[in-house]
Every structure is written in C-alpha cells, then in structure tokens.
Design a protein around this ligand. Structure first.
Ligand code: FHN
Length: 413
C-alpha cells in the first residue's frame, strides 16, 4: 500500500498470534439470508438477481432453531478452538444489529434477534474465541462504485462514492469491535473484486488495531500479505500452493498461517451438494495443515432454520474424537523438522517431534534428518524401530498401524 506507515503489532497482538498458532483448528460459518434458497452464498450473483428480487429473502429468513450454545458446543466437540462467522457476506446483508442500515437481520427479518451477540456471549462462556468474516465486496450498497468484477446485475445506479462506502464499512467494523466484547480478529474477503481500487486498507486496519489491539487482521485477497495483516491465509489449498486459484502462491515472512476449506464443496448452505469429504480426509487436512505450521478453518453452512446438517455434525464429532486422542500432536505445535511430503508431515514442540505417516503402504520409511531425537514410539508407548540411514533415519513401521495417521513420537535430545 502506497505510503503505508510501518505497522508494529502491540504486545497483546503478538500474544494473540501465538495463541492463534497454538489453536490450530477452527470452525468457519457461512450463514445468511442466501441460505433460504439452499443454493450457496453466491446465489444472488449466480442467478443475476437484482436487489428488488433478492430483498424478498429476508422476510422469509426466520432461523427459530438457531441455538448459539449448540453451535459452540459442536465446535468444541470437534476440537475447534475458535469460530469465524460471516458478519456480512458479499450480499451486504448484516447478520448483526447494525445502526448503519436497515439491511440487517434485526430490522429486515421476522427473526429480529442478533445471532452474533448470542454467539459472542456463548463463546465467552465456553472459552472459544470469535472472529468475524467481513466482506469488502458488497453487491447491494449503492456507494460500492465503480462496481467490481461481480454483482453487476444488482440493479444499482451507475454512480456512487466509494469512500462513503468505505466509511460505512468502517462504521460497521467499529460496531463489531465495540459491541461484541473481545474479538479474535477480522477475516476480510472480497478485495479481489476491485484489485486496483484504493481500499484504504491501512486506515481500516489501523481502526481495528486501535479498537482492539489484540484482534488479528487477515485478508483473503488471494495475494501476498499487506502491511498491517497479522496472519496469512490460504483457501482450499495448503500454504504455498495455489491449485484452487484463491491463494497467494507462497508463504511470505513469518506470519501465522491459516488455510480454510469446506466439508462438501459449498461455503453457504447448498442442499444439493453431497460431495462430502470423509472424516479421514478432514482429519488428514488438519494434520497436513499443522505440518505446514498452519491452522485449518473448517466450514459449515447452516440451514435457514438455524440448524447444521447432520452429515456435518457427524463428521465434526468424529474429528473431535480423534483430536481428543491425538491432539497433543497438533495443538501447540509448529511445523516439524522435515518439510511436508506425500507420505505425511512432521510437527514439533519444544521437547518432541511427531512424524505423521498419512499415506505409506511399505514397512520401511526413510526420513531426512529429524535432528537429535530418541525413543521413537507410538503414542501408546509401543516402541518403533529406528536406525540411522545416511543423514536421515529409517523407521520400521509396525505391522498393525493406523491407516488414517500412524504417529511416531520422538523426544528431542
Ligand atoms: O467469494 C468468497 C466465497 O463466497 C467464500 O466466502 C470464500 C471463503 O474463503 N471466499 C471467497 C472466495 O474466494
């Protein structure tokens, strides 16, 4: 950003970054009035719906079965340490009690309650941090002008004042960082809609850090991090990869890392999307992300009635069972001494190295040097044979092993 003053994270921000890296696993929630159509969060754009048609949705949105305590308990049951929920997605509809416009869940729906307020209170009660996903992009605000690559069919006049829109956005962010208690951070998305615009990122980031110095700023802009961001994120890819086209193609600097993905293919609720990842796929995703020194933010898209579909809740509870038994090899770790391989990844703490064998059929596994380590064993204490092999080591893997993740733990000398 031109003329950016250099950003010095406050001590509480640096502490929050350490917490974030230790947390390793969070729940992403994409929830909005678009869920009424059961066709994902891009339905307004994909069906070229003008605002005059889209505004018929909020009166039909009445999530009477929403229960913040159940959602937070589900996240905890999955072993998740934080929740990132959409305060506003690209349709501009605020899922919280904003005073900046009537285009929000309290004023425009029969529900009339503020689910983010209830979620914030429940997160505090149950010891989970809450982050807000806030879309830069806006398909309904008249001052989001010039229009970007998307939202062209909304029927807005070809006029507007982009700085007035940014003032509106900063006012809503002020509400989110003032009225909902301590917030884990703000997760931006949608910069990519107008890459050449002056988004005033430095001004917005400074506002966030002034209101809550510990709040972590992340931006899913799909390019390398800008000054003022506290973590680097990747979407549908492990760090440094960009196979899905939504990420920067490299890890820059030493910011905390997070990657995000879905359980099926949809972010917002899509009743037809049955392309579900298995529990094994999802656990290995958590582990592989940890091997890259990254968090994994796993998404649910709740239904319009406020419930989360059973295919998701079953998987989340199964993941939680695995995390309960094996979490020490993920939580509080950093990327291990050997960079990720196809066969698996390594993670480490100050005293231990964990070798996660995720996809390897043979009995012997050669691994580059793990540093000075000893006492190779499984988590249940069963000894694992290890011998020096060149500059690395050769493991003789146990005959009976866990096809999902055979974890060899070693003590650092
Ligand atoms: O357009 C959004 C999409 O709806 C979803 O929110 C994902 C989540 O990371 N981000 C954008 C696509 O890159």
């Amino acid at each position: 950003m031109a003329g950016a003053q250099s950003y010095t994270p406050a001590p509480e921000n640096l502490k929050a970054r350490e917490w974030f890296q230790d947390a390793r696993f969070g729940m992403f929630i994409h929830w909005g009035v678009y869920s009424v159509l059961e066709d994902g969060e891009w339905v307004m754009n994909n069906r070229k719906m003008p605002i005059s048609e889209y505004e018929k949705l909020p009166p039909k949105f009445n999530p009477v079965k929403f229960n913040a305590a159940e959602w937070v308990a589900l996240a905890k049951a999955a072993g998740m340490k934080y929740i990132t929920i959409t305060s506003k997605h690209h349709d501009g509809f605020a899922m919280f009690a904003t005073k900046q416009s009537k285009w929000n869940i309290v004023d425009a729906t029969p529900y009339k309650r503020d689910p983010l307020k209830e979620l914030a209170e429940e997160c505090r009660k149950q010891g989970i941090k809450l982050f807000f996903y806030h879309s830069h992009l806006d398909w309904t605000h008249a001052d989001y002008y010039p229009r970007g690559r998307t939202g062209q069919a909304s029927g807005r006049p070809q006029s507007g004042d982009f700085n007035k829109y940014l003032d509106f956005m900063d006012a809503q962010l002020t509400e989110l960082l003032t009225n909902y208690g301590p917030i884990g951070g703000i997760w931006f998305d949608g910069w990519w809609d107008k890459r050449d615009a002056n988004w005033r990122l430095e001004q917005t980031y400074r506002l966030i850090h002034k209101l809550q110095p510990a709040a972590l700023v992340g931006n899913n802009h799909h390019v390398k991090p800008f000054e003022g961001e506290d973590f680097q994120m990747f979407e549908k890819d492990l760090p440094g990869k960009n196979t899905a086209g939504h990420s920067a193609d490299s890890v820059i600097g030493n910011l905390p890392l997070e990657t995000c993905d879905t359980i099926n293919k949809a972010w917002g609720y899509n009743a037809k999307d049955k392309s579900l990842k298995s529990t094994k796929d999802l656990i290995q995703y958590v582990v592989r992300a940890a091997g890259y020194g990254a968090n994994f933010l796993l998404n649910v898209g709740p239904k319009p009635d406020g419930t989360i579909q059973e295919e998701f809740t079953v998987r989340l509870k199964e993941i939680g069972q695995w995390m309960k038994a094996n979490g020490e090899t993920v939580y509080g770790t950093r990327g291990g001494p050997v960079s990720p391989r196809n066969w698996g990844v390594t993670t480490q703490t100050a005293t231990k190295v964990y070798v996660h064998v995720l996809d390897w059929q043979d009995e012997m596994l050669a691994v580059p040097s793990l540093g000075k380590v000893k006492n190779a064993r499984l988590l249940n204490g069963q000894k694992v044979e290890m011998a020096a092999a060149g500059s690395g080591v050769m493991f003789k893997l146990p005959g009976q092993r866990d096809a999902l993740d055979t974890i060899i733990v070693l003590d650092k000398q």
